[in-house]
Each structure stands twice: as structure tokens, then as C-alpha cells.
Write a new protein. Structure first.
Length: 250
């Protein structure tokens, strides 16, 4: 039988098995492979295997003692705590790829596998995934409860994106939200939408579409007047957005 060769870097495997003292089962659960595969990977990378023992397994069974639900069920079992820590990042990004980039994971689909395991442990859906061209992924009520409990009892994950104020957060959560915001900010430097569109080399309706996307995100107008030649004057929420964007950039 020919076994597939998994692209696992030695330093990662060494950290999981030697530094963190993970078991074959725990590391296998992280990679969605068999324990036998972990044994072969250790041998391939020249990492000596420990003797058999159940201490790590017993500790994983007790991991959720004293914690509220759903966190208690989420951390219990092989690899549970690590999955929760990754969800603290995954649940606060706009997409799977964005989360994988922040976590330094080269195989983003591993996060999907871990989300499935985490949802099974918690007994419900934690995240509504990104639909291309529509809304970004959003945490469910159960997912939000897990995030808040994890922050409180395990501590915030430093790799998670910063919590942004509204309405800035709503815009940056959109598909290409950073580009939409950048175009809007640049447009406000011109007297009218017509002059901004000419400077950008785009049709004025394209710029209006950008403004409408901004307003759909924040749920309110950001310009006092949308007519083509009307002065580009910001509403109160438009001014707030500009201040937040300026502070975020600095």
C-alpha cells in the first residue's frame, strides 16, 4: 500500500509533539489524518516517539471542568483548546483565507475541518461562511457566545484582528471593503462626484455604486446629496466614518 506524503514541516510537528506534548490522536485530529500517519511523519522527520501513556488524554477529558457551555464542550477532547484558539481568529475575520493568513496556515481547508469538529462539540453552527460577492462570514449567536467565553477564560488571541468601531467595522467586513473605503475617502477630496469620477477615470455611476455599497454597510446615508454635480458633503455618520478610518490608518 502506498501512503500519501503529507507536506508537514518538521518544526511544526516538533512543536506539537515535543514542545506542547500533544498525543498522536490530538495531532491527527488537527491534521484530519490517522494516528498511524502521525507515527510515520515523526519517523520521517527523525523525531523520537514517546512511550505510550494516557496522561494527556485524561487531562483533555478534564479540560472543560468549571467552564461555561459551549466553551466547556469545545475544549474537552483531543485538540479542543487549540481549535478554540484558532476560532478566536477565524470567527473575527471576513473569510477562511484571511484567517489562514493570520494564523500562518498554508492549507486553509484545515480550518474548515477544525470548524466542523468544533461545531460538533458545541452542538450547533458557529459560523455562517462567506458567500462570494455577498456578505462576509458572520458568527452565529452560539459562535459569539464561544468567542466571548474564550476571551474571558482563555484570554484574547493576539493573532486575532483588532476590534474596530462601527461603522468602520461593517465596511471593512465586506468583500473588498478596504478598496471600497479607500475609493470613497479619495472621492471626498473632490468638490463633486462628477469631478472625482473624472479624476479616477471611471464612470460617475461606478462611483455612485461605491457610495451605495458604503451606505448599505452602515445602514444610513454618508452623503447629504447624491446628485452628480452636488457638493460632496458628508452626513454626521459620514464624518464619523472618516474619523475612524483616519485613526485606523494611523
Amino acid at each position: 500500500m502506498v501512503h500519501p506524503r503529507y507536506a508537514v514541516e518538521r518544526h511544526w510537528l516538533h512543536e506539537q509533539y515535543v514542545t506542547k506534548q500533544g498525543t498522536f490522536a490530538e495531532i491527527a485530529a488537527e491534521m484530519n489524518v490517522s494516528s498511524a500517519t502521525i507515527g510515520r511523519l515523526l519517523h520521517r522527520h527523525g523525531i523520537p516517539a514517546r512511550g505510550r501513556g494516557g496522561q494527556s488524554h485524561r487531562e483533555s477529558l478534564r479540560a472543560g471542568d468549571g467552564l461555561p457551555e459551549p466553551l466547556a464542550s469545545a475544549v474537552r477532547g483531543p485538540g479542543g483548546a487549540d481549535r478554540v484558539r484558532r476560532f478566536q481568529v477565524f470567527g473575527r475575520t471576513r473569510s477562511l483565507n484571511a484567517a489562514a493568513k493570520r494564523l500562518g496556515i498554508k492549507q486553509p481547508n484545515l480550518l474548515t475541518d477544525q470548524l466542523v469538529k468544533l461545531e460538533a462539540a458545541c452542538g450547533g453552527k458557529l459560523l455562517n461562511r462567506l458567500v462570494r460577492g455577498e456578505r462576509p462570514q458572520q458568527v452565529t449567536d452560539l459562535g459569539q457566545a464561544l468567542l466571548e467565553q474564550a476571551d474571558r477564560h482563555l484570554g484574547p488571541n493576539p493573532m486575532a484582528p483588532p476590534t474596530l468601531p462601527e461603522p468602520l467595522a461593517a465596511i471593512l467586513a465586506r468583500h473588498c471593503g478596504d478598496k471600497i473605503l479607500a475609493r470613497f475617502i479619495a472621492a471626498t477630496a473632490f468638490p463633486t462626484r462628477k469631478e472625482a469620477a473624472i479624476a479616477f477615470g471611471i464612470h460617475p455611476d461606478t462611483l455612485l455604486y461605491t457610495i451605495r455599497n458604503i451606505e448599505a454597510s452602515v445602514g444610513a446615508p454618508v452623503l447629504v446629496d447624491h446628485h452628480l454635480s452636488a457638493p460632496l458633503r458628508l452626513t454626521p455618520i459620514g464624518h464619523r466614518l472618516m474619523r475612524q478610518a483616519d485613526k485606523h490608518e494611523s
